[in-house]
Design a protein around this ligand. Sequence first.
Ligand SMILES: Cc1ncc(COP(=O)(O)O)c(C=O)c1O
Length: 303
Amino acid sequence: MEKADYIWIDGKVVGWDDATSHVIGNTLHYGFGVFEGIRCYKTEQGPAVFRLHDHLIRLRNSAKILGFEVPYSVDEMVESTREIIRANGADECYIRPLAYIGEGGMGLAYEDCQVNLLIATWFWGEYVGKGTLERGSRVKTSSYIRHHINTHMSKAKACGNYLLFQMARTDARRDGYDEALLLDANGQVAEGSVEHFFVVRNGVLVTPPLTHLLDGITRDTVIVLAREMGFEVREEAFSRDYVHTAQEAFFVGTGAEVTPVVELDRRPIGDGLRGPVTKQLQDAYFDVVKGRSNSHTDWLTYV
Ligand SMILES: Cc1ncc(COP(=O)(O)O)c(C=O)c1O
Protein backbone atom coordinates (compact mmCIF):
# COMPACT_ATOMS: atom_id res chain seq x y z
CA MET A 1 0.00 0.00 0.00
CA GLU A 2 1.33 3.44 -0.95
CA LYS A 3 0.94 6.16 1.69
CA ALA A 4 -0.55 9.48 0.63
CA ASP A 5 0.55 12.78 2.18
CA TYR A 6 -2.63 13.69 4.06
CA ILE A 7 -5.75 12.30 5.73
CA TRP A 8 -8.94 14.22 6.46
CA ILE A 9 -10.12 13.76 10.07
CA ASP A 10 -13.08 15.51 11.66
CA GLY A 11 -12.83 18.56 9.43
CA LYS A 12 -9.04 18.91 9.40
CA VAL A 13 -6.46 17.82 6.85
CA VAL A 14 -3.54 16.32 8.80
CA GLY A 15 -0.29 14.64 7.78
CA TRP A 16 -0.58 10.87 7.15
CA ASP A 17 1.65 10.02 10.12
CA ASP A 18 -0.22 12.38 12.45
CA ALA A 19 -3.58 10.69 11.82
CA THR A 20 -3.58 8.62 15.01
CA SER A 21 -6.25 7.42 17.42
CA HIS A 22 -6.31 6.38 21.08
CA VAL A 23 -5.82 2.68 21.86
CA ILE A 24 -8.82 2.60 24.19
CA GLY A 25 -11.64 3.06 21.73
CA ASN A 26 -14.75 1.07 20.92
CA THR A 27 -14.07 0.53 17.21
CA LEU A 28 -10.55 -0.78 17.77
CA HIS A 29 -11.76 -3.25 20.41
CA TYR A 30 -15.15 -4.35 19.06
CA GLY A 31 -15.34 -3.32 15.40
CA PHE A 32 -18.31 -0.97 15.92
CA GLY A 33 -17.87 1.39 13.00
CA VAL A 34 -18.79 1.71 9.33
CA PHE A 35 -16.79 2.43 6.23
CA GLU A 36 -16.83 2.73 2.46
CA GLY A 37 -14.50 1.84 -0.37
CA ILE A 38 -14.69 4.20 -3.34
CA ARG A 39 -12.53 4.74 -6.40
CA CYS A 40 -11.43 7.92 -8.10
CA TYR A 41 -10.33 7.50 -11.72
CA LYS A 42 -8.15 9.52 -14.02
CA THR A 43 -10.25 10.99 -16.82
CA GLU A 44 -9.52 13.47 -19.59
CA GLN A 45 -11.35 16.12 -17.55
CA GLY A 46 -9.29 15.38 -14.41
CA PRO A 47 -9.86 12.98 -11.50
CA ALA A 48 -13.46 11.82 -11.08
CA VAL A 49 -14.98 9.83 -8.24
CA PHE A 50 -17.33 7.04 -9.26
CA ARG A 51 -20.82 7.11 -7.69
CA LEU A 52 -19.60 9.14 -4.72
CA HIS A 53 -23.08 10.16 -3.53
CA ASP A 54 -24.30 6.56 -3.60
CA HIS A 55 -21.34 5.42 -1.50
CA LEU A 56 -21.82 8.18 1.05
CA ILE A 57 -25.56 7.52 1.29
CA ARG A 58 -24.67 3.87 1.99
CA LEU A 59 -22.18 4.99 4.66
CA ARG A 60 -24.91 6.94 6.48
CA ASN A 61 -27.32 4.01 6.07
CA SER A 62 -24.74 1.55 7.45
CA ALA A 63 -24.49 3.69 10.60
CA LYS A 64 -28.27 3.89 10.84
CA ILE A 65 -28.47 0.08 10.71
CA LEU A 66 -25.96 -0.14 13.58
CA GLY A 67 -27.88 2.53 15.52
CA PHE A 68 -25.69 5.61 15.37
CA GLU A 69 -25.32 8.64 13.16
CA VAL A 70 -22.45 9.83 10.98
CA PRO A 71 -22.00 13.45 12.11
CA TYR A 72 -21.75 14.83 8.55
CA SER A 73 -24.28 15.15 5.74
CA VAL A 74 -23.70 13.53 2.35
CA ASP A 75 -23.03 16.95 0.79
CA GLU A 76 -20.47 17.81 3.46
CA MET A 77 -18.71 14.47 2.93
CA VAL A 78 -18.69 14.99 -0.85
CA GLU A 79 -16.83 18.26 -0.36
CA SER A 80 -14.42 16.75 2.20
CA THR A 81 -13.66 13.89 -0.20
CA ARG A 82 -12.87 16.33 -2.99
CA GLU A 83 -10.72 18.34 -0.58
CA ILE A 84 -8.55 15.39 0.49
CA ILE A 85 -8.12 14.11 -3.08
CA ARG A 86 -6.98 17.58 -4.14
CA ALA A 87 -4.63 17.79 -1.14
CA ASN A 88 -3.03 14.44 -2.02
CA GLY A 89 -2.79 15.45 -5.66
CA ALA A 90 -3.20 11.99 -7.23
CA ASP A 91 -4.88 11.42 -10.60
CA GLU A 92 -6.48 8.26 -9.32
CA CYS A 93 -6.88 6.72 -5.92
CA TYR A 94 -8.89 4.52 -3.62
CA ILE A 95 -10.94 6.43 -1.03
CA ARG A 96 -11.69 5.13 2.46
CA PRO A 97 -14.19 7.03 4.63
CA LEU A 98 -14.47 5.47 8.11
CA ALA A 99 -16.91 6.52 10.83
CA TYR A 100 -15.55 5.24 14.13
CA ILE A 101 -15.44 5.70 17.88
CA GLY A 102 -11.81 6.61 18.39
CA GLU A 103 -11.81 7.08 22.12
CA GLY A 104 -13.83 5.57 24.94
CA GLY A 105 -17.24 3.98 24.56
CA MET A 106 -15.95 0.79 26.12
CA GLY A 107 -19.34 -0.61 27.11
CA LEU A 108 -20.79 -2.92 24.51
CA ALA A 109 -24.06 -0.99 24.27
CA TYR A 110 -23.65 2.07 22.11
CA GLU A 111 -24.44 5.15 24.20
CA ASP A 112 -23.97 8.50 22.47
CA CYS A 113 -20.21 8.25 22.09
CA GLN A 114 -18.38 10.80 20.03
CA VAL A 115 -18.26 9.53 16.45
CA ASN A 116 -15.19 10.46 14.38
CA LEU A 117 -14.97 10.50 10.62
CA LEU A 118 -11.82 10.07 8.62
CA ILE A 119 -11.39 10.10 4.87
CA ALA A 120 -8.13 8.62 3.61
CA THR A 121 -6.94 8.04 0.07
CA TRP A 122 -4.19 5.86 -1.30
CA PHE A 123 -3.26 4.09 -4.49
CA TRP A 124 -4.80 0.66 -4.84
CA GLY A 125 -4.29 -1.31 -8.06
CA GLU A 126 -5.94 -4.64 -8.91
CA TYR A 127 -7.61 -5.84 -5.74
CA VAL A 128 -8.26 -9.53 -6.41
CA GLY A 129 -4.68 -10.20 -7.46
CA LYS A 130 -2.03 -8.77 -9.75
CA GLY A 131 -2.85 -9.55 -13.37
CA THR A 132 -6.30 -10.98 -12.63
CA LEU A 133 -8.21 -8.37 -14.66
CA GLU A 134 -6.79 -10.02 -17.74
CA ARG A 135 -5.79 -13.58 -16.84
CA GLY A 136 -8.73 -14.06 -14.47
CA SER A 137 -8.78 -15.31 -10.89
CA ARG A 138 -8.57 -18.79 -9.40
CA VAL A 139 -11.14 -19.17 -6.65
CA LYS A 140 -11.81 -21.54 -3.79
CA THR A 141 -15.18 -22.20 -2.17
CA SER A 142 -14.70 -21.05 1.41
CA SER A 143 -15.45 -23.21 4.42
CA TYR A 144 -16.76 -20.02 6.08
CA ILE A 145 -20.42 -19.17 5.61
CA ARG A 146 -21.58 -15.66 4.66
CA HIS A 147 -23.27 -14.21 7.78
CA HIS A 148 -26.88 -15.21 8.24
CA ILE A 149 -29.11 -12.14 7.75
CA ASN A 150 -29.93 -12.08 11.44
CA THR A 151 -26.36 -12.61 12.66
CA HIS A 152 -24.65 -9.63 11.13
CA MET A 153 -26.56 -6.98 9.24
CA SER A 154 -25.73 -7.69 5.63
CA LYS A 155 -26.77 -4.28 4.31
CA ALA A 156 -24.33 -2.46 6.61
CA LYS A 157 -20.72 -2.09 5.57
CA ALA A 158 -19.74 -2.47 9.21
CA CYS A 159 -16.15 -2.93 10.38
CA GLY A 160 -16.80 -6.04 12.49
CA ASN A 161 -18.40 -7.86 9.56
CA TYR A 162 -15.02 -8.02 7.85
CA LEU A 163 -13.44 -10.50 10.24
CA LEU A 164 -15.29 -13.23 8.35
CA PHE A 165 -14.20 -11.95 4.95
CA GLN A 166 -10.61 -11.56 6.14
CA MET A 167 -10.48 -15.17 7.28
CA ALA A 168 -12.04 -16.42 4.05
CA ARG A 169 -9.69 -14.43 1.80
CA THR A 170 -6.61 -15.22 3.91
CA ASP A 171 -7.31 -18.96 3.84
CA ALA A 172 -7.92 -18.95 0.09
CA ARG A 173 -4.68 -17.07 -0.57
CA ARG A 174 -2.66 -19.29 1.77
CA ASP A 175 -3.98 -22.22 -0.25
CA GLY A 176 -2.65 -20.63 -3.44
CA TYR A 177 -5.92 -19.17 -4.79
CA ASP A 178 -6.61 -15.53 -5.63
CA GLU A 179 -9.92 -15.25 -3.81
CA ALA A 180 -12.62 -17.04 -1.81
CA LEU A 181 -16.23 -17.67 -2.79
CA LEU A 182 -18.54 -17.80 0.22
CA LEU A 183 -21.80 -19.73 0.33
CA ASP A 184 -24.78 -18.51 2.35
CA ALA A 185 -26.39 -20.26 5.31
CA ASN A 186 -28.60 -22.24 2.88
CA GLY A 187 -25.62 -23.49 0.90
CA GLN A 188 -26.25 -21.23 -2.10
CA VAL A 189 -23.52 -19.10 -3.65
CA ALA A 190 -23.28 -15.72 -1.88
CA GLU A 191 -20.24 -13.62 -2.85
CA GLY A 192 -16.49 -13.17 -2.74
CA SER A 193 -14.74 -11.56 0.22
CA VAL A 194 -15.68 -8.07 -0.98
CA GLU A 195 -17.15 -8.78 -4.40
CA HIS A 196 -20.47 -9.77 -5.86
CA PHE A 197 -20.47 -12.72 -8.22
CA PHE A 198 -22.00 -13.37 -11.64
CA VAL A 199 -22.08 -16.37 -13.93
CA VAL A 200 -22.83 -16.36 -17.65
CA ARG A 201 -24.91 -19.27 -18.91
CA ASN A 202 -26.06 -19.40 -22.52
CA GLY A 203 -25.56 -15.65 -22.85
CA VAL A 204 -27.65 -14.84 -19.75
CA LEU A 205 -26.10 -13.20 -16.69
CA VAL A 206 -27.14 -14.72 -13.36
CA THR A 207 -26.26 -13.27 -9.96
CA PRO A 208 -27.47 -14.13 -6.44
CA PRO A 209 -30.29 -11.90 -5.10
CA LEU A 210 -29.43 -9.27 -2.48
CA THR A 211 -31.12 -11.16 0.38
CA HIS A 212 -27.88 -11.93 2.24
CA LEU A 213 -25.72 -9.33 0.55
CA LEU A 214 -24.56 -5.76 0.67
CA ASP A 215 -26.43 -3.56 -1.81
CA GLY A 216 -23.49 -3.38 -4.18
CA ILE A 217 -22.87 -0.28 -6.24
CA THR A 218 -20.74 -2.08 -8.84
CA ARG A 219 -23.29 -4.90 -9.01
CA ASP A 220 -25.98 -2.33 -9.77
CA THR A 221 -23.72 -0.58 -12.31
CA VAL A 222 -22.97 -3.83 -14.14
CA ILE A 223 -26.64 -4.85 -14.20
CA VAL A 224 -27.62 -1.46 -15.67
CA LEU A 225 -24.85 -1.59 -18.30
CA ALA A 226 -25.50 -5.23 -19.19
CA ARG A 227 -29.22 -4.61 -19.73
CA GLU A 228 -28.43 -1.57 -21.87
CA MET A 229 -26.15 -3.81 -23.94
CA GLY A 230 -29.08 -6.17 -24.49
CA PHE A 231 -28.14 -8.95 -22.05
CA GLU A 232 -30.77 -10.65 -19.95
CA VAL A 233 -29.82 -10.43 -16.25
CA ARG A 234 -31.45 -12.68 -13.68
CA GLU A 235 -31.13 -12.32 -9.90
CA GLU A 236 -31.66 -15.81 -8.56
CA ALA A 237 -30.11 -18.23 -6.10
CA PHE A 238 -27.82 -20.97 -7.40
CA SER A 239 -25.56 -23.66 -6.02
CA ARG A 240 -21.82 -24.08 -6.48
CA ASP A 241 -22.20 -26.81 -9.10
CA TYR A 242 -24.13 -24.35 -11.29
CA VAL A 243 -20.86 -22.38 -11.39
CA HIS A 244 -18.85 -25.39 -12.55
CA THR A 245 -21.02 -25.72 -15.64
CA ALA A 246 -21.25 -22.00 -16.48
CA GLN A 247 -19.47 -20.67 -19.56
CA GLU A 248 -18.05 -17.63 -17.71
CA ALA A 249 -17.96 -16.12 -14.25
CA PHE A 250 -16.73 -12.84 -12.80
CA PHE A 251 -16.52 -10.79 -9.63
CA VAL A 252 -17.62 -7.17 -9.39
CA GLY A 253 -16.90 -4.61 -6.69
CA THR A 254 -15.26 -1.26 -6.17
CA GLY A 255 -11.97 -3.01 -5.43
CA ALA A 256 -12.38 -5.87 -7.91
CA GLU A 257 -13.94 -3.70 -10.63
CA VAL A 258 -14.89 -6.49 -13.11
CA THR A 259 -12.51 -9.41 -12.52
CA PRO A 260 -12.94 -12.67 -14.44
CA VAL A 261 -13.17 -15.90 -12.43
CA VAL A 262 -11.64 -18.67 -14.52
CA GLU A 263 -11.46 -21.53 -12.03
CA LEU A 264 -13.47 -22.70 -9.03
CA ASP A 265 -12.07 -25.46 -6.84
CA ARG A 266 -9.60 -26.57 -9.51
CA ARG A 267 -12.30 -26.91 -12.17
CA PRO A 268 -11.96 -24.50 -15.09
CA ILE A 269 -14.99 -22.34 -15.82
CA GLY A 270 -15.68 -22.54 -19.56
CA ASP A 271 -12.31 -22.79 -21.26
CA GLY A 272 -10.51 -21.39 -18.21
CA LEU A 273 -9.84 -17.99 -19.78
CA ARG A 274 -11.50 -14.57 -19.56
CA GLY A 275 -14.71 -14.97 -21.57
CA PRO A 276 -16.08 -12.66 -24.28
CA VAL A 277 -19.09 -11.47 -22.26
CA THR A 278 -16.87 -10.65 -19.28
CA LYS A 279 -14.53 -8.72 -21.56
CA GLN A 280 -17.42 -6.74 -23.07
CA LEU A 281 -18.68 -5.81 -19.59
CA GLN A 282 -15.18 -4.91 -18.40
CA ASP A 283 -14.80 -2.57 -21.38
CA ALA A 284 -18.18 -0.95 -20.79
CA TYR A 285 -17.42 -0.54 -17.08
CA PHE A 286 -14.00 1.05 -17.62
CA ASP A 287 -15.41 3.35 -20.32
CA VAL A 288 -17.97 4.69 -17.83
CA VAL A 289 -15.70 5.01 -14.76
CA LYS A 290 -12.90 6.61 -16.80
CA GLY A 291 -15.26 9.16 -18.37
CA ARG A 292 -14.84 7.75 -21.92
CA SER A 293 -18.55 7.09 -22.34
CA ASN A 294 -21.27 9.62 -23.06
CA SER A 295 -23.71 7.72 -20.89
CA HIS A 296 -24.10 7.86 -17.09
CA THR A 297 -21.94 10.95 -16.77
CA ASP A 298 -23.98 11.75 -13.62
CA TRP A 299 -22.16 8.85 -11.92
CA LEU A 300 -18.94 10.88 -11.94
CA THR A 301 -18.07 13.62 -9.44
CA TYR A 302 -15.15 15.63 -10.70
CA VAL A 303 -12.61 16.64 -8.11
C1 LIG B 1 -19.03 -7.71 1.55
C2 LIG B 1 -18.98 -6.94 0.27
N1 LIG B 1 -19.54 -7.46 -0.82
C3 LIG B 1 -19.51 -6.81 -2.01
C4 LIG B 1 -18.89 -5.59 -2.13
C5 LIG B 1 -18.93 -4.85 -3.43
O1 LIG B 1 -19.73 -3.70 -3.28
P1 LIG B 1 -19.45 -2.38 -4.11
O2 LIG B 1 -19.64 -2.72 -5.54
O3 LIG B 1 -20.52 -1.42 -3.65
O4 LIG B 1 -18.09 -1.92 -3.81
C6 LIG B 1 -18.26 -5.04 -1.03
C7 LIG B 1 -17.54 -3.76 -1.15
O5 LIG B 1 -17.98 -2.75 -0.67
C8 LIG B 1 -18.32 -5.72 0.21
O6 LIG B 1 -17.74 -5.18 1.29
